[in-house]
Design a protein. Structure first.
Length: 299
């Protein structure tokens, strides 16, 4: 994947509930990219005929890959990987971990449906450095589904604070044998919705990764997170209510030159930091359980 002006295929996993948001956000991706993009939408199994018609009509050139077709192709692709097959059947984000890379014809370019682009840009999916095989966003915390002690003496390491909302990865760096072993060794009992992200982080550490500059590609925490430097904002579920504040601006004609998307080197995920977050989460769970028991029972 380089910075040439040939059309680049970008994939996204979409559910019916997020169609409206996806049309807005992916539309902004296509509109502001100086490199021509074509979209492939991966159906999580909930898209309707009307949803498909909207994607094809409102985002010209978009192709929708139905869940049934993907299941058939992945049954064959994962036949020698029992851990991967089990993971894909248990977690819907297994489609993002396996279908997106394995069904990509070339290098992997992925964008979540809740990332809104705000200005013209280039080099978002650029992997010109031969030492770098993957690009990820920077999260606000260690959003991993591993317990801290699983990193002690482990055969794998994690970069700090990987967010897999936006991914560029060399196809040659996507190592199914490594992922199969990783899934077999890891336990995803806690925060299973981060399991796919944890796998991508481990794979990125092994392959060599960099992170998008967080001033440009922002994981939104508040409205103030979006500054003049911002190229895109990732409005994750807890911050999605902020998205509407920026949609109108993203649809206006931007007055300014396209900017190159920068990257920064990753830090290592430290057991101590993961431990602090782990106990904070456990404390939050315990507090929620106590409060739920204190609620008055209504007749």
């Amino acid at each position: 994947m380089n910075s040439s002006q040939s059309s680049l295929c970008v994939r996204s996993l979409i559910c019916h509930r997020h169609v409206e948001m996806a049309l807005t956000c992916l539309g902004s991706l296509v509109r502001f990219s100086t490199q021509p993009l074509r979209l492939v939408i991966h159906d999580d199994g909930s898209l309707t005929k009307e949803d498909i018609a909207r994607f094809e009509g409102e985002l010209p050139g978009t192709r929708v890959l139905l869940r049934a077709e993907a299941d058939e192709r992945m049954d064959e692709g994962l036949q020698n990987y029992p851990e991967a097959r089990s993971f894909r059947s248990r977690f819907v984000y297994g489609l993002k971990l396996f279908d997106i890379p394995l069904l990509s014809e070339g290098d992997i370019a992925y964008c979540d449906s809740d990332i809104l682009f705000l200005r013209p840009f280039f080099d978002l999916f650029c992997l010109n450095d031969p030492k770098v095989s993957a690009l990820f966003m920077i999260d606000t915390q260690e959003s991993y589904s591993l317990a801290p002690w699983q990193l002690l003496g482990a055969a794998f390491r994690l970069p700090s604070r990987v967010n897999a909302g936006l991914i560029a990865m060399r196809k040659s760096a996507y190592d199914m044998d490594f992922i199969e072993q990783f899934i077999g060794r890891a336990r995803f009992d806690n925060y299973a919705y981060w399991a796919e992200q944890t796998c991508y982080a481990a794979l990125g550490y092994q392959a060599g990764c960099r992170m998008y500059d967080p001033d440009q590609v922002v994981l939104v925490d508040s409205a103030a997170s979006i500054t003049e430097q911002a190229v895109a904002g990732h409005f994750v579920s807890m911050r999605r209510h902020l998205l509407d504040q920026f949609v109108s601006a993203s649809k206006e004609e931007y007055q300014g030159e396209p900017v190159a998307v920068r990257t920064v080197p990753p830090q290592d995920c430290k057991v101590f930091e993961l431990t602090k977050l782990h106990f904070r989460r456990q404390l939050g769970r315990a507090k929620a359980n106590v409060l739920s028991r204190l609620k008055p029972v209504t007749s």
